[in-house]
Write a protein that binds this ligand. Structure first.
Ligand SMILES: Nc1ncnc2c1ncn2[C@@H]1O[C@H](COP(=O)(O)OP(=O)(O)OP(=O)(O)O)[C@@H](O)[C@H]1O
Length: 356
């Protein structure tokens, strides 16, 4: 069972123990007359200690959604509830939410330890320096605690901003691309450490990102947004394996979009008959991941032709052409095929039926 689902936020609900930590219901936002909706009818809820990633391309409305939850933007329509209490009209500081935005701002006249200690109003004053050091240690910066913000790199400043947010021990933390200034190695280790920390503290988190690998590895639930709409919210493995739409399928990685003619649990496709995950009759659009296609030697000239090959170490990515259509396949690299070779392409797994 999951605590996070869409279209399920109560209107005007009183506080109950069973209330999710956060519910947003029918959020709409248009910045200027004549502009398209930046956010359109977004609803979801988030349980205690859950991590949700809002994933989508630039401009799809992720940050606007986050800003409405935080209270920096007022929705045109819709409501935000924290533990069942409607907070739509409350100022940001009245919402008990910690935020790390892309444009984090540290206090320039305070050193790192002071910046972090500033967030710890709930901790007795005498204990704050030691606690601040602990939080800085967590993001790998305890040794720099006497430095001023302008003596740090952008990535280091971002980690201090993260430590400062964590130090306030909020119930809900909103992270807007918090790892984007870190180099690849540091991003991965910081992400793991921050996730471990949130889980240990039982903090609920919403992470905004356009990096699908980050969303899939960091979150318990991934919500994909496009043009202001939340298209699907699901566990990482489910949203990857059974995407609801072609956009979700393609945003989460390579896929083959197939037109098919369904008859029950089988569809006829350009790759032959394929098992499908829902019984249907008539035309269907399907998604089949490249790792779910197997390549084998073609007995004659009727196979697919390998057009491109990208050797990636543990696996190999192929682009193939079959009867005028392009397909992609990923196979283990112990067997390699050459560009120009003819191979048989065989679906190995059930394809996912997409909705329009
Ligand atoms: N202050 C603003 N005034 C006018 N339009 C805005 C404002 N902020 C955002 N928008 C527009 O609203 C839409 C959604 O923007 P938003 O920043 O929420 O997207 P995003 O998914 O977070 O993008 P990114 O990943 O680039 O930060 C975009 O079309 C954007 O241009």
């Amino acid at each position: 069972m999951t605590n996070l689902h869409i279209n399920a936020a109560p209107k005007g609900a009183a506080i109950r123990l069973a209330d999710p930590l956060l519910s947003v219901s029918g959020l709409n936002k248009r910045y200027r007359d004549g502009d398209p909706l930046a956010v359109e009818d977004v609803s979801f809820s988030l349980g205690n200690g859950e991590i949700l990633a809002l994933l989508g391309p630039s401009g799809c409305g992720k940050s606007t959604t986050l800003r409405m939850i935080a209270g920096f933007e007022a929705p045109d329509l819709g409501d935000v509830y924290l533990r069942g209490e409607r907070v739509t009209q409350l100022a940001p500081q009245q919402r008990r939410i910690g935020i790390v935005f892309q444009d984090y701002a540290l206090f320039p006249h305070m050193n790192l330890a002071q910046n972090v200690a500033f967030a710890m109003r709930h901790v007795p004053k005498a204990k704050r320096p030691a606690k601040a050091r602990e939080w800085l240690d967590l993001v790998g910066l305890a040794d720099l605690s006497a430095r001023m913000p302008d003596e740090l790199s952008g990535g280091q400043q971002q980690r201090v901003a993260l430590a400062r947010t964590l130090a306030a021990e909020p119930e809900l933390v909103l992270l807007d691309e918090p790892f984007s200034n870190l180099d690849a190695a540091l991003r991965e280790s910081t992400r793991k450490e921050v996730r471990r920390l949130f889980k240990a503290a039982g903090t609920s988190v919403i992470l905004v990102t356009h990096d699908q690998a980050e969303a899939l590895s960091f979150a318990d639930q991934v919500g994909v947004m496009h043009s202001g709409q939340l298209l699907q919210v699901d566990r990482p493995e489910r949203i990857y394996q059974t995407p609801a739409t072609a956009f979700v399928a393609e945003f989460l990685g390579h896929t083959n979009l197939l037109e098919g003619e369904a008859d029950g649990e089988i569809a006829q496709t350009p790759l032959g008959p394929v098992a499908i995950n829902h019984s249907r009759q008539g035309p269907v659009q399907l998604s089949l991941r490249p790792e779910h296609l197997a390549l084998s030697a073609a007995p004659d000239d009727h196979g697919a032709t390998i057009v491109e090959r990208e050797f990636r170490g543990h696996d190999c990515f192929y682009l193939l052409e079959h009867r005028g259509q392009r397909f992609c396949a990923i196979t283990p690299s112990h067997t390699l095929w050459k560009v120009g070779e003819q191979v048989r392409l065989e679906p190995q797994r059930t394809a996912t039926v997409l909705r329009d």
